[in-house]
Design a protein around this ligand. Structure first.
Ligand SMILES: NC(=O)C1=CN([C@@H]2O[C@H](COP(=O)(O)OP(=O)(O)OC[C@H]3O[C@@H](n4cnc5c(N)ncnc54)[C@H](O)[C@@H]3O)[C@@H](O)[C@H]2O)C=CC1
Ligand SMILES: NCC(=O)COP(=O)(O)O
Length: 335
């Protein structure tokens, strides 16, 4: 296999759970993206049999398959725990390639977290795995999508970005996991990556409370008083334009959509339920705080429709576009 030239933006795609829609949306989105973008190339990582449609591309020289064979046979829609380690091999190859400078960014198709655990590998999500594999203590999951002009009165199209303080954590454990340092660190990571990877010079950030009505002055919980507000004050002293804590149910008020560059929520569904309700199928999951660029789709493995030819590849296309854009921004900033 020929190495792609470094003059191009080189993207690696991990094609994800073999029984799900990952391989098909990866191929469709990669082909579409290469028609749009002449100075990019893509390496699809996965089993050759699953990716055979990729070679039928009008941009074959810029779309390569790097074959990593399945461990056991795979049937669409049916999980096979024996292929759990295969999915991890795809991630390891992409991470190592990015760390070594062979790829400029990685894009991940969905995986089934449960089946990897069934295979005996403790795994909560890409986000946590990437942090551990890249030797970073804290990374931040952020979802991003473009809202169209006119949506809830928007005067122009605008990106909605939602970042999370905690990710794949049972709800029961969220409060005990939160602390001032973690919240402050999350704000700093969001600020830093919005500037460096997304080119937003002065990001405006909003952060939620944890409890109903942001704790109602302590009568409905104290996390806002004890840790969230102090973290916000410290971040402000560092020059970060952050405000809150806002009640989770009103933080996303329409007028905020015009002004805010990133909303930070305390836990997974507090942030992602409103996000996915308005953007499902067009959102991108970005891991902030990594030494490499990683984006992903906003949906799961969709086993129910795998191989039926009806999977929407829109989110994968957006994930590729956004990885490309971030890689370009970083290349330009670095010089
Ligand atoms: N980036 C990742 O690796 C992600 C992985 N997951 C994993 O996916 C698995 C299944 O999760 P679910 O909650 O069932 O969500 P899901 O997103 O797989 O499915 C929810 C519904 O949306 C539909 N759907 C999803 N993507 C679609 C697409 N591209 N086009 C058309 N319809 C689509 C499905 O058919 C299903 O009806 C879980 O194991 C979860 O952990 C979930 C989200 C992200
Ligand atoms: N809800 C987002 C999700 O589950 C994907 O997480 P990750 O695998 O990208 O960490």
């Amino acid at each position: 296999m020929m190495a792609h030239p470094t003059s191009l933006v080189r993207l690696a795609i991990t094609t994800g759970e073999p029984a799900g829609i990952g391989p098909e949306v990866s191929i469709a989105a990669a082909k579409q993206f290469l028609l749009e973008q002449a100075n990019a190339c893509i390496t699809l990582l996965g089993d050759q049999g699953l990716l055979r449609e990729a070679v039928k591309s009008s941009n074959a020289e810029r779309l390569q398959v790097e074959a990593i064979p399945l461990i056991a046979s795979s049937t669409l829609g049916k999980l096979n725990a024996q292929n759990g380690p295969y999915v991890i091999q795809l991630l390891d190859r992409a991470i190592d390639g990015c760390m070594a400078g062979q790829f400029d960014a990685m894009v991940t198709a969905p995986i089934q977290k449960s089946v990897i655990n069934e295979a005996g590998l403790a795994f909560t999500g890409h986000t946590e795995y990437l942090a551990q594999r890249c030797g970073v203590k804290h990374v931040v999951m952020m979802l991003s999508a473009t809202l169209k002009k006119g949506f809830l009165g928007l005067s122009s199209s605008r990106d909605l970005r939602v970042a999370l303080v905690t990710t794949h954590l049972p709800l029961q454990k969220v409060s005990a996991f939160l602390n001032q340092d973690l919240i402050l660190d999350t704000i700093q990571i969001v600020q830093q990556d919005l500037q460096v990877k997304m080119g937003i010079t002065h990001p405006v950030i909003r952060i939620s409370g944890l409890n109903p009505h942001a704790g109602e002055s302590g009568y409905l919980g104290r996390e806002e008083i004890d840790m969230i507000s102090p973290a916000i004050e410290l971040a402000k002293k560092m020059g970060i334009d952050v405000s809150g804590p806002y009640p989770g149910d009103t933080m996303f008020e329409p007028k905020a959509l015009e002004e805010v560059d990133a909303f930070i929520a305390m836990y997974h569904d507090q942030g992602l339920a409103p996000f996915k309700f308005v953007t499902f199928g067009g959102g991108v999951n970005i891991t902030l705080g990594l030494p490499i660029i990683r984006t992903s789709v906003d949906h799961g493995t969709a086993l129910d429709i795998a191989g039926k030819g009806i999977a929407d590849s829109g989110s994968m296309l957006e994930a590729i576009r956004s990885a490309y854009q971030m890689a370009l921004t970083q290349k330009q900033l670095v010089g």
